[in-house]
Design a protein around this ligand. Structure first.
Ligand SMILES: Cc1cc2nc3c(=O)[nH]c(=O)nc-3n(C[C@H](O)[C@H](O)[C@H](O)COP(=O)(O)OP(=O)(O)OC[C@H]3O[C@@H](n4cnc5c(N)ncnc54)[C@H](O)[C@@H]3O)c2cc1C
Length: 340
């Protein structure tokens, strides 16, 4: 069934592709413009927490995530030493972006969607039916994100989190026996290619034991990616465009919620966009409904994550965090639920 009003999505990451797929499966004409190509490695911990089953079902993601690794336990490391273990209140999934984004793109095209990859859209203004899922906005920022895969690297738990000087690094099991290594660091004048740059950052931030462990591991340099200009939003600012995923707000990566929020924002936008596509709603009202629902659903999560982030990044607060964690005094359950 074709509808009279098409939807144009700019950005073929998780938010754009999952929305496009769900709209297409509902019979809407959808085109997606994506600056990059598939498959591609992305800077991401590839650790999905807080993705409700209802979102997976609404967007038709179950089959695409069926073989994701299920994670249940976290090992925290502070000052280079194992500090404490913790069970996740609900299981998290991990799957590389190399696989996930390509699967979504393939499913979207198979459902009849039009995907123009390697095409950067110059559009910035709102237009009826136009959705921006363009990811993080560029910002001046002191942070750099680095990611790399290791092959057959044994981990102390499903996820290891290492706290270093103004940085944290996660190691998570992903598919094919690989591990994702991803860190957020304060930028420094360090150079090196792929794994060498990551090791330089680990040593610079006091994570020497981890650097030594990784130096002895088999690292896949082709999977290396880096992103500077990482900034985090506390709130969803009113914008004159329909924006989803990171284009709407960026949550600090330690939460492992960025991907879930990208999917959830697509789910939130789905019903209003279907109503618009079927001629039951005008575009300005559709845009407003999406934005106010995004704000309602994500406000507490963004504010809580912004308040907690310094406890993972700033050495004096990290010490308190580690002390409370070792003593099992961290209210992890309530904190976890605040972030959902
Ligand atoms: C260091 C780091 C670690 C992270 N770790 C995790 C984690 O473990 N778990 C988690 O859930 N989240 C994590 N995240 C966050 C997660 O990666 C993002 O929240 C998620 O990718 C957002 O999806 P998106 O679809 O909104 O944006 P993206 O996935 O960034 O997709 C946006 C797409 O838009 C395209 N684009 C941009 N502009 C244009 C244009 N003009 N024309 C055409 N295409 C365009 C881009 O090429 C891109 O493909 C991490 C982020 C960082 C920085």
């Amino acid at each position: 069934m074709n509808t009279s009003r098409p939807i144009e999505i700019i950005g073929g990451g998780l938010a754009g592709l999952s929305l496009g797929l769900a709209l297409r499966r509902a019979g809407v004409d959808v085109n997606i413009t994506e600056a990059g190509s598939y498959p591609r490695h992305r800077v991401c911990g590839e650790f999905i927490t807080g993705l409700p089953g209802s979102t997976r079902t609404a967007l038709g993601l179950d089959a695409l995530l069926a073989d994701a690794v299920v994670n249940r336990q976290v090992a925290w490391f502070a000052a280079g030493e194992p500090a404490w273990f913790q069970a996740l209140p609900s299981p998290a999934l991990s799957l590389s972006r190399y696989v996930l984004d390509a699967r979504l793109a393939e499913a979207f095209v198979a459902a009849g969607g039009e995907l123009r990859s390697q095409t950067r859209s110059a559009a910035h203004a709102d237009a009826p039916g136009r959705v921006f899922a363009t990811g993080r906005r560029r910002a001046r920022s002191p942070w750099i994100g680095l990611k790399l895969h290791a092959i057959a690297l044994p981990l102390a738990a499903d996820l290891e989190v290492h706290l270093g000087a103004s940085c944290y690094v996660g190691l998570a099991r992903i598919e094919s026996g690989r591990a994702n290594i991803c860190g957020l660091f304060r930028r420094a004048a360090l150079t090196g290619h792929a794994g060498e740059l990551l090791l330089a950052y680990l040593r610079h931030t006091g994570l020497n034991a981890l650097a030594t462990r990784l130096a002895a591991a088999e690292l896949d340099s082709a999977s290396f990616s880096a992103v500077a200009a990482v900034e985090f939003d506390r709130r969803i600012a009113p914008t004159p465009q329909a924006r989803l995923g990171d284009a709407c707000a960026v949550i600090p990566p330690f939460t492992g919620h960025g991907m879930a929020m990208a999917f959830q924002s697509a789910e939130i936008a789905l019903a209003p966009l279907l109503a618009y596509a079927r001629g039951h709603a005008a575009w300005p009202a559709t845009r407003r409904v999406i934005q106010s629902e995004l704000r309602r659903r994500f406000r507490v999560r963004l504010t809580s994550a912004a308040a907690l982030h310094p406890f993972l990044l700033e050495p004096p607060r990290q010490r308190w965090f580690a002390r409370l964690g070792r003593a099992r005094l961290l209210p992890f359950g309530p904190l976890y639920h605040l972030l959902h």
